[in-house]
Design a protein around this ligand. Structure first.
Ligand SMILES: NC(=O)c1ccc[n+]([C@@H]2O[C@H](COP(=O)([O-])OP(=O)(O)OC[C@H]3O[C@@H](n4cnc5c(N)ncnc54)[C@H](OP(=O)(O)O)[C@@H]3O)[C@@H](O)[C@H]2O)c1
Length: 339
């Protein structure tokens, strides 16, 4: 596993990071916690040292699983978490009844997308000093550690980022840094359009953004270059398009899932020309982009991990292949998404 510098922090991170949003929760694998712990432990054995999670993933269970998996091996991992979303009452209740409901969810074959938002509850955000301070304390408890390596504001949107409240949130994180509860802090953006409001924010060490073959916008909008020039650790996520780039989704399934379905079919054809599975090309594309410090892969099964290990050990793209991919995705971006 290649090790990268994480911006100017002096932290070293594996170039592939574990995206922790899909472990735990109602829709996790049948064997729940034991499968997740197994995948987490095997991922560290495979050389992945960077773990990204959030307090709201699986109502806190994602953090708890990561804490449990690496208890006693804290120094071997870089733990990145996030705060700022408030769990609605429905999700707090779900957290308590999860062990009872999970087998029913599996028996009925329910998927995350089949849950109406009235049942899961609408999410609100709170980046106030008191909320962030309490949220970090709770995360530390679940992660079984007395500090996190990186604390990220979770998806603050442009209207918030343009107010003094953003500055106040950063001051709070600086204070928590001074108390030794976090080593560095940054922002995990929800959409790339929010990133420009973060680039000049004082004190931040990292920027997380959606970036990959399917969502290459950050490349051309100067965001990656600016983040690199500022010395930020850049975390690319959604490298596999949240799963849309995987094999086995036919045209109808893609059409139902995303307006970007034509891009995906075109990327499949290009990747075939490169002689690589599309997930391999997608991973190599992020790895080859110089500003990216760590590329997150959302994984929750041993099969994901073993396939992904194969991809991250496969040969790097040549400069010519990378240039061809860049040229091609620029052309694709110009094509209308809708009929
Ligand atoms: N605003 C934010 O801060 C924010 C937002 C989103 C994500 N994130 C972070 O980014 C991480 C990654 O995001 P993501 O999980 O949505 O995106 P992703 O890594 O693009 O997609 C993950 C999905 O790809 C599929 N996959 C992974 N490895 C595979 C393999 N070898 N073969 C076939 N399919 C494979 C799986 O789909 P199936 O489950 O269908 O098999 C998996 O759930 C998250 O875990 C989280 O840490 C942060």
């Amino acid at each position: 596993m290649k090790i990268n510098e994480f911006g100017k922090t002096g932290m070293q991170v594996s170039e592939i990071g574990f995206g922790g949003s899909r472990i735990g929760g109602f829709f996790a694998n049948k064997n729940g916690a034991s499968d997740a712990l197994n995948v987490l432990q095997k991922s560290l054995d495979a050389g992945i040292t960077f773990y990204d999670t959030a307090d709201m993933y699986a109502q806190g269970e994602s953090e708890a699983l990561i804490g449990k998996a690496f208890r006693g091996r804290r120094q071997q991992v870089v733990l990145a978490t996030k705060g700022g979303y408030c769990l609605p009452a429905q999700r707090k209740l779900m957290q308590r009844i999860k062990p009872l409901v999970r087998p029913i969810v599996h028996a009925l074959g329910l998927k995350r997308s089949s849950l109406p938002s009235a049942v899961s509850g609408a999410l609100s955000q709170d980046f106030s000093p008191s909320y962030l301070t309490a949220a970090l304390e709770a995360s530390l408890k679940r992660l079984q550690t007395d500090y996190v390596d990186l604390y990220q504001l979770h998806s603050p949107r442009a209207p918030f980022l343009q107010t003094g409240a953003f500055g106040e949130a950063l001051e709070t994180l600086e204070k928590l840094k001074g108390q030794g509860k976090l080593r560095f802090y940054g922002v995990a953006t929800e959409v790339v359009e929010d990133a420009p409001f973060c680039l000049s924010a004082p004190g931040i060490s990292s920027l997380q953004l959606g970036f990959g073959l399917l969502d290459p916008e950050a490349l051309d909008e100067g965001i990656l270059a600016a983040a690199e020039a500022r010395g930020l650790g850049v975390i690319a996520r959604g490298c596999f398009g949240g799963g849309l780039l995987k094999d086995g989704l036919d045209e109808d399934a893609l059409k139902a899932a995303t307006p970007k379905w034509r891009r995906i079919l075109a990327l499949r054809a290009l990747s075939e020309k490169l002689g690589r599975p599309l997930l391999d090309s997608a991973l190599q594309f992020c790895r080859a982009t110089p500003a990216v410090s760590v590329t997150l892969l959302g994984m929750h099964t041993e099969k994901h991990l073993s396939d992904n290990e194969r991809y991250f050990r496969s040969p790097n793209l040549t400069a010519q292949e990378y240039a061809e991919l860049c040229r091609y995705i620029r052309e694709l971006k110009e094509e209308p998404l809708y009929d």
